[in-house]
Design a protein. Structure first.
Length: 139
């Protein structure tokens, strides 16, 4: 069994964004040479997320509104976490809801997706470099 690891780096200029990273993950899969196995895609920061869903603008706008209702950024004084000098208490909660990582089957050298599925990086406290781990195991 092979194992392959690569980090993808992002520097999102805004506080929040959803970025389709499917093609980058597919590139890493090709580099790995794995044709049958599993691929893990993991946000390595506690204010970012990786999730699978449809690449549809309206859905992403719905996520933004929904997450802001669940954990509004302001007033920042509402979060105990922000008493440490941070202003990202909401970002930690948004990440918790959207998830840390995804696992995708690899079949015949391709990501084995259902209809419309794509992999996204969700940023909730941007404006600095962050990374995503891609770990592949298989044959």
């Amino acid at each position: 069994m092979k194992s392959y690891r690569k980090e993808l780096w992002f520097n999102i200029p805004t506080r929040r964004a959803f970025i389709n990273i499917t093609s980058q993950v597919q590139d890493v899969l090709r580099e790995s040479g794995v044709t049958e196995g599993l691929i893990l895609v993991n946000a390595m920061h506690i204010t970012a997320s990786v999730f699978i869903n449809d690449d549809e603008t309206g859905l992403h706008q719905d996520y933004e509104k929904w997450l802001e209702k669940l954990a509004p950024h302001e007033p920042i004084s509402q979060y105990q976490h922000n008493r440490t000098g941070e202003d990202n208490g909401d970002a930690h909660l948004k990440r918790q809801v959207m998830g840390r990582e995804v696992m995708v089957a690899v079949t015949n050298g391709q990501l084995d997706f259902g209809p419309w599925e794509q992999i996204f990086y969700g940023e909730f406290d941007g404006r600095r470099r962050k990374r995503v781990l891609v770990k592949i195991i298989g044959e």
